[in-house]
Ligand binder design. Structure first.
Ligand code: NDP
Ligand code: X2W
Length: 346
């Protein structure tokens, strides 16, 4: 049995990790970490876990936790994992960090976009960017995995095959994205109050959202071309789900069949990326509660652009599901263990 500790188990991403790991046959959650609910029953924080989880929330330092578990998930705010990680911890346990601390390789870029000092730059090179479909082999041998951001996961997987194959002009890429409110976490914020979100849609982080450099970095690796893009997220009145729409100019004339063959070549063996059939646009409802990312595209011959679309559950493939997929790879388990979650509808 893999012994898991979750720091930040009382947040939305941590809570989803608990839900998924409860159905994982090779993992036992040994430690429910919290800062605000110490000594409270976990099921008192999340009553959906009544009679399912009997454990108490605890706080501890990460070094002591490393003695007790085989894997630590840090589902905590930006800067937390980097401020505590050290060689002693990594010599005893593996770490899957759900925050952005180790996603961006360049320390200055991280500090500039996150406006915090990076406290563990010595692990930036070693950390593997945990987008399983792209970095599978590196993840298998990793001690620390940087679980990708929710918007970046959906954006990169939607665009990746065409970036890699040089079909699109990377300098023309625009990504428009929408997220449900759970993406903002459980902490109380005025912007996320019912009356602010319900019956409303708003763009935010325009020309400055912190996921921009993460998407740019990964698409630069994929395309081999320095990629700078416009990324505009929107908050929509739903609990879960991310919908991405990407636009780029085509570098040459291509047919539907040619592009479909490219997507299929990249994803036909991937359980969690579904390339939809012609003219079917991804919907968040079709992936809710599951680890799937649905992708598709449409060529617009009038503008010589291609429109790339993706839908995903931000808490599953965008956070906890992908974290478990990473853990499975790190421990040599079947990649889908605990993740055969059928999407819920309606
Ligand atoms: N929500 C999402 O869709 C996604 C989130 N993520 C990432 O996952 C991480 C968590 O996000 P999310 O769950 O949304 O956030 P929440 O605000 O819902 O939860 C934050 C968690 O971190 C804990 N925490 C906060 N500060 C400390 C501290 N100083 N010491 C120990 N624990 C602390 C909180 O504990 P307590 O409340 O008990 O004090 C809580 O459990 C973030 O880095 C986020 O970027 C990644 C992808 C998607
Ligand atoms: C709706 C909303 O607010 N979403 C969050 C992103 C989700 C998240 O927690 O960020 P990571 O994926 O980087 O961990 C935001 O825009 O900051």
């Amino acid at each position: 049995m893999i012994r898991a500790g979750i720091i930040g188990s009382t947040g939305y991403a941590g809570g989803e990790l608990v839900r998924i790991l409860m159905g994982h046959k090779d993992t036992e959650i040994k430690w429910y970490g919290s800062r605000s609910y110490i000594d409270k029953k976990y099921a008192d924080v999340y009553q959906n876990m009544f009679q399912i989880v009997d454990d108490i929330c605890k706080d501890d330092n990460m070094e002591e936790l490393a003695d007790k578990v085989d894997v630590i998930f840090t589902a905590t705010p930006q800067g937390f994992c980097a401020s505590l990680l050290n060689e002693k911890i990594l010599s005893k346990t593996k770490v899957v960090d759900l925050s952005a601390d180790f996603r961006i390789k360049d320390q200055r870029t991280y500090e500039q976009w996150y406006k915090i000092e990076h406290k563990s730059p010595q692990f930036l090179d070693e950390a593997v960017y945990g987008l399983c479909e792209i970095n599978r082999e590196k993840i298998k041998g990793a001690r620390i995995v940087a679980n990708p951001g929710c918007y970046p996961t959906c954006s990169i997987l939607s665009v990746y095959p065409l970036a890699k194959e040089g079909i699109i002009d990377m300098n023309t890429l625009i990504i428009d994205a929408k997220s449900g409110t759970s993406g903002a976490g459980r902490g109380a914020k005025v912007d996320n109050l019912y009356c602010e979100v319900n019956e409303n849609i708003k763009a935010y982080g325009v020309a400055g959202h912190r996921h921009t450099p993460e998407i740019e970095e990964q698409l630069t690796y994929a395309s081999g071309v320095p990629t700078v893009l416009n990324f505009t997220p929107h908050l929509v009145p739903m609990n879960r789900g991310i919908l991405v729409t990407g636009y780029a100019s085509l570098k040459k004339e291509v047919s539907y069949e040619e592009v479909k063959a490219i997507y299929d070549a990249y994803y036909k063996k991937e359980q969690f990326v579904r390339v939809l059939e012609k003219d079917v646009c991804p919907q968040t409802k079709w992936v809710e509660g599951s680890n799937y990312v649905d992708v598709n595209f449409k060529i617009d011959p009038r503008t010589r652009r291609i429109i790339m679309m993706g839908a995903m559950d931000n808490l599953v493939k965008g956070a906890a599901g992908q974290a478990v997929q990473n853990m499975n790879l790190m421990f040599g388990l079947p990649e889908n263990e605990g993740l055969n979650l059928v999407p819920m509808f309606p």
